[in-house]
Ligand binder design. Structure first.
Ligand code: C5P
Length: 231
């Protein structure tokens, strides 16, 4: 994105990694610290999955999913607290966080035409830079030219337990079930043929298994500051 050595757009920070690694929290902190917009691409797959569930479309019916995508409008609006998500102009920010939508999102996201549609939308959103974009394929596919790429990871048990702890005082499922679902989703995300979850070759790996949230945020900030200083 540079001409005559001059950058024409603001920086892009890509945060990829498996479910429950803390990507959203870290991305939100980085956005605040570096004055960037935070865009959660998982929310887009979730919104489309919600639409498919509501429409009664089978989650493995590629042709029907493609037809459905043609009449679907998904918008992300970054705010200080996270992204507002609009599906066909209806706010679905909270509705897309249920376990059913979560699993459905990882099923609809295996199909290349669905991914191509989402990737194009995401590239449009980040075209001027100035964003922290988080997902599974940001550093590898959506913005391979991103100035900073972080691959955030942690052991599956730790990720599942953290997810469980965030569920409040009376979770509908137990910790073991959360860990099981997370492993299932990881497996699907890592083994799909189109854009599987994997670190970009030039991504910096950040493993938060033995780190507190504050320590992980501090390390991520160091990585971004160092990379941006080199630009
Ligand atoms: O990040 P989040 O857990 O909200 O993502 C939900 C699902 O959407 C993931 O499990 C993954 O299957 C899919 N996804 C994806 N590519 C992205 C973001 C999310 O395939 N860039």
């Amino acid at each position: 994105m540079s001409t005559n050595g001059q950058h024409l757009r603001k920086p892009i920070v890509a945060i990829d990694g498996p479910a429950g690694a803390g990507k959203s929290t870290i991305a939100r902190h980085l956005a605040r610290r570096f004055g960037l917009l935070n865009l959660e691409t998982g929310a887009m797959y979730r919104a489309f999955a919600l639409k498919a569930l509501r429409a009664g479309v089978a989650l493995d019916d590629e042709a029907q999913l493609i037809a459905l995508s043609a009449t679907t409008a998904i918008r992300l609006e970054p705010t200080a607290e996270g992204n507002r998500v609009l599906l066909d102009n209806e706010e679905v920010t909270a509705t897309i966080r249920t376990p059913e939508v979560t699993q459905a999102a990882s099923k609809v996201s295996v199909f290349p035409p669905i991914r191509a549609w989402m990737v194009a939308l995401q590239q449009q959103l980040g075209t001027e830079g100035g964003v922290v974009m988080e997902g599974r394929d940001i550093g590898t596919v959506v913005f391979p030219q991103a100035e900073v790429k972080i691959f955030l990871d942690a052991d599956p048990e730790i990720r599942g337990q953290r997810r469980f702890d965030q569920m409040g005082p009376k979770p509908a499922i137990d910790a073991a079930a959360v860990i099981r679902e997370l492993r299932e989703r990881d497996q699907r995300d890592r083994t799909r043929t189109d854009s599987p979850l994997r670190p970009a070759e030039d991504a910096i790996l950040l493993d938060s298994t033995h780190l507190t949230l504050d320590e992980t945020v501090a390390k991520a900030e160091e990585i971004v500051a160092a990379r941006l200083a080199q630009q």
